[in-house]
Every structure is written in structure tokens, then in C-alpha cells.
Design a protein around this ligand. Structure first.
Ligand SMILES: [Fe+2]
Ligand SMILES: [Fe+2]
Length: 321
């Protein structure tokens, strides 16, 4: 029996068709998918913090409205992704608890502080830009619900990238002090953005299997290179220097060469020793506890609604909606 199911799974992957929630799948595939989607969902939710902190200090009503919309989009991304993880049998509360207990990871980039408003622009430009490079290929993930969620998420990420770049263009056309803020934020976020693509290929043991399963479409180093090539001309247009003396065009490769990433820093941040790890997780724990009453109320409402029209007149009472 399992043989036939496994053959069907292999054939689906081989023909580049999608695996759907009710299909049989190997346990390792299911667990890898849950881990990947959960980490992605956690990153969206934790990623609200570094920018969210600037909402009350936005320099104008226009900037506040844009930032609010952006941070709200990230919450939406988290929600789609937790739903996608649930189609694999994961439990949302359990995933959140794992995050808070430090047993599941989120993107290392969100463990860096946001020191000025230029950081909001640089996060849109570089962090959302790197996220797009990582995520566009995931629209073709072999797992159907994840692939479909990624289509919408990528459209919104591309709006995020543009709003960040537009903010930076505005600041770059401003005062010397504003230009200095843009340069400083770029200096701080450039290397951590390159780290978002993960360890180098020769230190990424699961890449091969993930590629075979259609979970991953390009290696970490390929995507990182693509990001560098895309970003350098944007930096030139902006008039900022990328903080890498080894960065230069390589005419033979037709791509940019760049310096060596500080992998020890990435390892330290992943292990929990980045500048803001403790603060981010603590804030998430607090929000989870403070939101308990909302979840309880929503669950009680859902239970009542499930009783139906001849249950207790939920729909006619008005109090429940
Ligand atoms: Fe997002
Ligand atoms: Fe985003």
C-alpha cells in the first residue's frame, strides 16, 4: 500500500505537480514543510517588531499610514502561513509556543535594532528585497497551499520593497544629515541582509534533498548572488556606498564579486546571541499572553456559531458579531 502511495508522491514531484493536504507524503517531507512554513510564519510576525516600533514616531501622517499598512501586511503573511502549516496537521498554538520557548527559529535579520527612520527604508529596500529573491521561487514550491500563499505574499513584498526605496530616495534628496542616516542604515543592514540567504552551499546539508523534493528551487549562494546583482545598481542610483571593499563587477562571470560574510556572526545570532533576540521573543510572549482573551472569545463565538440557527440564536442576537 505504502509503495503505491510513495510512487504516486514521487510521480507528482517528478511531473512538477503540487502535493495537496490530503495526499500521502513521506513523514520527512511533512516535517520539513511544517518547519519551513512555521519558521517563515514566525519571521513575518517577529518582523513586525523592528518596524512597528517606529509607527508612533513616523515623521508625517503619510509615512505613518504607509508603515501601518506595511506592518499589517506582515501580520497577514504570518496568518496565511500558519493556516498553510495547519493543512499539514500542525497546531498554531503549539507552533507559537515553540517559538516562544526558542525551539523554532525565525529569520536572523529581525534580531538587529532599528535606530533611525532610515532603517524603515533600508528594511523595505534590502530586507524585503532579499525576502523577494528568496520567496519568488517558493511560488513554485511542491506543496500547494504554501505555493499559493506565496503568490499573494510576493505581490505585497514587492510593494514593501518599493515603499522602502521610495522613502530612501526622498531622504537622499534631503539634507546632509538625512543622507548620512541612509548611509548609516545601509552600513548596518547590508551584511545581515546577505546572511538572510542562509549558510553557504557547502555548509547547507539539507539543500540537496530539499531541491529533489521541490521544496527549494535554488541554492543559498545562487539566490545571494542574484540579490547582490540586483541591489548594486539600486545603491548607485541612491548614492550610497555598500560597505564591502571587495565588491566589484566581474566581467568574466558577468556578476558582482563580493567579500566574505562573517559566518560566526550569523551562527551567534541564530543561537540566540544577536543584539535583540531576547527582546523580540519576550515581546512575542507578552503579546501572546495579552491576546489570550481574544483567542478565547473567538473560540467561544465559533462554538456557538457551530450550534447553528436552532441553537441559541447567535445570528439573531447581535451580541456575537
Ligand atoms: Fe512579509
Ligand atoms: Fe514585507
Amino acid at each position: 500500500m505504502t509503495d503505491t502511495l510513495e510512487q504516486h508522491f514521487d510521480a507528482t514531484i517528478e511531473h512538477d505537480r503540487r502535493i495537496e493536504p490530503r495526499d500521502w507524503m513521506p513523514d520527512a517531507y511533512r516535517n520539513t514543510m511544517i518547519r519551513q512554513i512555521a519558521q517563515h510564519a514566525h519571521s513575518e510576525i517577529i518582523g513586525m517588531q523592528p518596524e512597528g516600533t517606529w509607527i508612533t514616531r513616523a515623521p508625517s501622517l503619510r509615512r505613518k499610514a504607509i508603515l501601518l499598512a506595511k506592518v499589517q501586511d506582515e501580520a497577514g503573511h504570518g496568518m496565511y502561513l500558519y493556516s498553510a502549516a495547519e493543512t499539514l496537521g500542525a497546531d498554531r498554538t503549539d507552533l507559537t509556543e515553540r517559538l516562544i520557548a526558542g525551539r523554532q527559529k525565525y529569520s536572523s535579520i529581525f534580531n538587529y535594532p532599528t535606530l533611525t527612520y532610515a532603517d524603515v527604508g533600508v528594511i523595505g529596500w534590502l530586507v524585503d528585497g532579499a525576502a523577494i529573491c528568496n520567496q519568488v521561487p517558493l511560488c513554485r514550491s511542491s506543496y500547494g497551499p504554501y505555493a499559493r500563499a506565496m503568490v499573494r505574499i510576493c505581490k505585497e513584498e514587492s510593494f514593501h520593497q518599493r515603499q522602502g526605496y521610495e522613502l530612501l530616495l526622498t531622504m537622499a534628496a534631503g539634507t546632509d544629515a538625512q543622507r548620512a542616516m541612509v548611509q548609516d542604515a545601509t552600513n548596518r543592514f547590508w551584511w545581515p541582509s546577505l546572511m538572510m540567504f542562509g549558510p553557504p552551499d557547502d555548509a547547507s546539508p539539507n539543500t540537496e534533498r530539499s531541491m529533489a523534493w521541490g521544496i527549494k528551487r535554488h541554492t543559498n549562494d545562487e539566490l545571494r548572488q542574484r540579490f547582490v546583482d540586483m541591489t548594486v545598481p539600486q545603491a548607485e542610483k541612491l548614492g550610497v556606498t555598500l560597505p564591502d571593499p571587495d565588491l566589484r563587477w566581474n566581467p568574466e562571470r558577468g556578476r558582482y564579486d563580493f567579500g566574505t560574510i562573517d559566518w560566526d556572526e550569523l551562527t551567534a545570532v541564530i543561537k540566540g546571541n544577536g543584539p535583540c533576540n531576547a527582546q523580540r521573543v519576550e515581546r512575542r510572549r507578552q503579546a501572546h499572553e495579552e491576546g489570550a482573551w481574544v483567542r478565547e472569545a473567538a473560540a467561544a463565538h465559533a462554538r456557538k456559531a457551530a450550534l447553528g440557527a436552532d441553537g441559541d440564536r447567535v445570528h439573531g442576537g447581535g451580541a456575537g458579531s
